[in-house]
Write a protein that binds this ligand. Sequence first.
Ligand code: PGA
Length: 254
Amino acid sequence: MTRPKIVAGNWKMNKTAEEAKALTADVINLSRAELKGKAKLILCVPFPFLMQTRAQTDGSAVGVGAQNCSEHDSGAYTGEVSATMLKSAGIPYVILGHSERRQYFGENGPLLAKKVDKVLATGLTPIFCCGEPLEIREKGTHETLVKEQVQQSLFHLSADDLKKVIIAYEPVWAIGTGKTASSQQAQEMHAVIRKHIAGKYGDAVAQSIPILYGGSVKPDNAKELFACQDVDGGLVGGASLKARDFIDIAKGAE
Ligand code: PGA
C-alpha cells in the first residue's frame, strides 16, 4: 500500500509574528514554484501565529498545526489551549507528546492518551511523538520503550480512530543535536512500531498509518531517510526555520 508522504515543520518556540509571516510566505511560494505536490507539508507553529499562518495558507496545499493542546475541554486552566479551540480556529493538526513536552513538562503515556482522545473526538489529526533518550538507546532497551510509549497512549483506540493518527518516531539523542539516526536505524525502529501495531490491529491498519522520522533531518539526509520502506516523511525542527532548507527536505519526499 502506498502511504502519503508528509513533511511537517515543528517551529518550537521560535520566531516573532513578522518573522513567522515571512517564513510562511516563503514556504508557500517556494513550494508552489519547486515542489510537485507529492508530499503534504504542514507547519506546526506557536499558538500566537496559528491564525495568521492559517490565513496565509488558505487556498494553498500547506497545512497548519499546533504543537500541543490540553487534555481538558474548557474551564479554569489558565494558559492552556483546548482541541476545541484549535478546531474552531480551523487548525487541523496538533503535535502531541513531543519529547520536549515529556522531558520539561512531565507529560507521560496516560496523560497523552487523554490528549489523543480529545484531539480525535474533536476531529483533529494528532501527530503523536515517541522516541527513546540516549541512555535507553545505549542500554539497548529502545525497542521496548518505544513500543510501550505507543501502547500506553494509542492502544486503547479503536482501529478506526488509530487510522486517523500520524506517528512520529524521534530518537531524543538525534533531536537538535545534528546527530541523525542512520537510515538503517530509522527503518528498523519504524518497522518495530509498525509490527507492534500490526500485532494488535492487524496488518492492514498498520500499513495505513504514516510514521514520520524526526531528529536532525536536513536537506542532505532527508532523501535517504524518506526512501526507507517504513519512513513516510519527517518531523523537522531546526531546519524548518529556514524556508530553503524545509523545501529542500520536502523535495526528498517527492
Ligand atoms: P530537529 O528537531 O530537527 O531540530 O532535530 C526535530 C523535532 O524536535 O521535532
